[in-house]
Design a protein around this ligand. Structure first.
Ligand SMILES: Cc1cc2nc3c(=O)[nH]c(=O)nc-3n(C[C@H](O)[C@H](O)[C@H](O)COP(=O)(O)O)c2cc1C
Length: 355
């Protein structure tokens, strides 16, 4: 049974930002902290290796609610070095997928949110100015209890003149601003638009390498996670891991899988230019997240690398958490599943076998 989502797709992003979170996340009671803390992630003590990835936790209020409900690794939604607008509403719609979703499919969207739940989300990675998000993120960091770690996610913004130097410099500034909030782990979103040949930065491997090296240089000892998209090809993935996996401290896989999204009449479902295709997440991409985690674990071994693995994609219950842990995930996160099930962290603490 799906609960009232803590992000309400029927409302605008702004309305959610100002008035959310909703449902059980609006109740500020905190579930009791654990008696003992037996896990660690990137050298930090963690009560349960489970959290919410970048996206659904729009601001400090959402992050604090997630901490209160036992999501011990919440990620504050991806920010930028300056204000950036959100795509027009709607930003989230349900999609009907038969079986597993691979790339290049056309899906029909609706407002009929049922199980197994898959959605498309299309925000364009909006951001407030650092003057707002730095103190807000710092406040969320202070709310973490024992065994809880808030992660700060960011990405660079394409420069107006297409300069690669300016693009990389913006990532470095972003990393510095996020670190200044006191977060103990920084995540860079590499599954974002690129200033160059490949459409996503993670698929432009030399550029992705230059970006993570520059960020790591700025961060010093603070651990760096890189968020990546699904790679279909093992050779490209191996090259990515040699170049990027050898620099970062952890890899978070996967981001959404792209599809063409239409309404019941076959027309573009999300209004505006460039929104015919958008990212799909939830149940239909679980296979892809699990496959990536297995490959990341296998290649870490064969390439002699050390990154930790964050498994993401279609986790809706304790059994899916267990599957990810068995596949080799050091920690697991859920976006879509957690949005419609605010008790998911508690259920995993009670029911999971792979803790
Ligand atoms: C509402 C929403 C917003 C998202 N925004 C971001 C984002 O800002 N940055 C990012 O790296 N991923 C973002 N994602 C992708 C998620 O972090 C995650 O990779 C993806 O949803 C797959 O996980 P799931 O199947 O559990 O939803 C977003 C996802 C959702 C549902």
């Amino acid at each position: 049974m799906l609960s009232e989502p803590f992000y309400d797709p029927a409302r605008s992003y702004q309305d959610n930002f100002e008035h959310g979170p909703f449902g059980l996340f609006a109740d500020t009671r905190r579930i009791p902290p654990p008696d003992e803390i037996s896990h660690s992630f990137l050298g930090l003590p963690v009560a349960t290796p489970f959290g919410i990835p970048a996206g659904p936790l729009l601001n400090g209020k959402f992050v604090k609610a997630a901490l209160d409900k036992g999501f011990d690794l919440p990620v504050y939604k991806t920010v930028r070095t300056s204000r950036y607008p959100c795509h027009p509403w709607p930003n989230v719609l349900a999609v009907k997928v038969d079986g597993n979703l691979d790339t290049g499919r056309t899906l029909v969207a609706s407002e009929d949110y049922g199980e197994p739940l898959s959605i498309t989300n299309s925000f364009g990675v909006p951001s407030y100015d650092p003057e707002f998000w730095q103190p807000d993120m710092a406040d969320a960091v202070r709310h973490a209890g024992p065994g809880q770690v808030v992660i700060g996610s960011f990405q660079g913004t394409k420069s107006e003149n297409g300069s690669v130097e300016a693009y990389i410099a913006d990532f470095v500034t972003g990393a510095r601003l996020v670190k200044q909030t006191g977060v103990k782990i920084v995540e860079v979103n590499l599954s974002c638009p690129n200033e160059g040949p490949a459409n996503l930065l993670c698929f432009d491997i030399p550029r992705a390498r230059a970006v993570v090296e520059a960020i790591k240089n700025e961060l010093g000892e603070t651990p760096l996670l890189a968020k990546m998209a699904y790679f279909g090809d093992d050779e490209r993935l191996t090259e990515f891991l040699r170049e990027v996996g050898s620099v970062v401290d952890g890899l978070c896989a996967i981001n959404t899988v792209s599809a063409t999204i239409v309404d019941a009449h076959g027309q573009q479902a999300l209004p505006g230019e460039g929104r015919l295709n958008s990212g799909v997440c939830g149940a239909a991409i679980q296979w892809a997240g699990l496959a990536m985690v297995q490959r990341l674990a296998r290649l870490r071994e064969s390439l002699g690398l050390k990154y930790e693995i964050v498994g993401v994609g279609g986790v809706g219950d304790a059994a899916a958490f267990d599957s990810y842990r068995r596949a080799g995930a050091d920690v697991v996160m859920s976006a879509t599943g957690a949005m419609w099930n605010p008790r998911l962290a508690q259920q995993i603490k009670e029911q999971a076998h792979e803790l």
